[in-house]
Design a protein around this ligand. Structure first.
Ligand code: TXA
Ligand code: MG
Length: 336
């Protein structure tokens, strides 16, 4: 059941967390599927419900720095500065884990990822339950993350009893995951806390996505965040260029388009989300996953999206759309 995230329902959700049950809840990034992070059996329910591979560790959510002490064995100066700058917020840090963190939460690693979310409902739920809450994104593994309470219910209506409704998530993209190594910041997953923002603190290393490993067909191992529909990602600088690149594709007659209004190719679409204005990159991130989900709900077979400029938030978006893409129509070698 989906309940408005008022005080009474947060108390009820906290009681379920304490009892070892799963609760869907909003964060500023995406909805989380939460459980008591200190209980192996509660965490086990997350893996079962999500059908998540056991080798993929969970992020533990906290509401104050005291909770961190119980979860990790050491915190260095750089990590402290990053937490002071970006917490609460969409940054997860990987620390050496204390023995209190069950092995299943860490997926057997000696480390644990921790984040303090910047969402009043998430923080209230953690405080009310007096427990750190392990929460992956609230989607069946491989599917787009949930950015609305209803999306959580769509994926988990048989396995999750309660979802707290906090409206649409602000960022719509999962947090940046980093690991501090000596005096370096290694980005394990790009997010809204961009490498440009992190570079003010220390040198940043990022695993750049290899163009030759970009997914060109379904079922490739890098495919994530994917709707049922075929996602066609187009690299282009104009609507005309998008249209010409699409000529190589046998596009379904009832396709969908998501992206900038000025990049929309002159074709008829059954479903359209047009973006524009100075904050369009934020909107692209915020609305992408829900657009994917809405397309699936209306039986759309093909979704056309355009690639974004790969700096700042754009880098994180590019990471996700490349992984979601079934077909990636790139610029010709040497061409623009
Ligand atoms: O924004 C978010 O991070 C959302 C909300 C709910 O907080 N959560 C989320 O969790 O996206 P999940 O489980 O979908 O993604 C967690 C990511 C995975 O890429 C996982 O491999 C990585 O964090 N991760 C977790 N623990 C790690 C560790 N100890 N070492 C390296 N990577 C870790
Ligand atoms: Mg996820």
């Amino acid at each position: 059941m989906i309940l408005a995230a008022g005080k009474e329902n947060i108390v009820r959700a906290a009681q379920m967390i304490v009892a070892g049950e799963l609760v869907g809840f909003p964060t500023e990034t995406v909805y989380g599927l939460g459980a008591n992070a200190l209980s192996a059996s509660a965490a086990d329910k997350i893996f079962a419900a999500k059908m998540r591979p056991a080798d993929n560790p969970l992020i533990v959510h906290i509401a104050d720095l005291e909770q961190l002490d119980g979860l990790v064995t050491s915190v260095n100066t750089l990590e402290k500065r990053l937490m002071a700058a970006f917490w609460p917020g969409p940054l997860s840090l990987v620390f050496p884990a204390s023995e209190a963190v069950p092995e299943i939460v860490r997926a057997g690693l000696p480390t644990v990822a921790v984040r303090m979310p910047a969402h009043p409902v998430a923080l209230a739920l953690i405080r009310e339950s007096r427990l750190p809450i392990a929460a992956p994104s609230a989607n069946i593994s491989g599917r787009p993350s949930a950015t609305r309470a209803q999306d959580v219910m769509t994926d988990f209506y048989t396995t999750v009893e309660l979802v707290l409704d906090g409206g649409v998530c602000d960022f719509g993209l999962e947090s940046t995951v980093i690991k501090v190594e000596e005096n370096l910041i290694r980005i394990l997953r790009p997010g809204a806390i961009s490498m440009e923002m992190l570079a003010g603190f220390a040198p940043v290393l990022v695993e750049s996505f290899n163009p030759d490993e970009k997914p060109l067909s379904p079922g490739m191992k890098y495919r994530h965040y994917n709707p049922e529909a075929r996602v066609i990602l187009v690299e282009a600088d104009s609507a005309a260029e998008v249209a010409s690149r699409l000529q190589t594709i046998n596009l379904d007659t009832e396709a969908a388009y998501f992206g900038l209004a000025v990049m929309r190719p002159p074709l008829s679409f059954k479903k359209i989300k047009l973006l524009g204005g100075s904050d369009w990159l934020h909107d692209y991130a915020q609305l992408l996953y829900s657009f994917f989900r809405d397309c699936d709900a209306s039986g759309i077979k093909d979704i056309v999206i355009h690639q974004v400029p790969q700096s700042g938030l754009g880098y994180a978006i590019a990471d996700r759309v490349i992984k979601a893409a079934d077909v990636y129509l790139r610029r010709e070698e040497g061409g623009k």
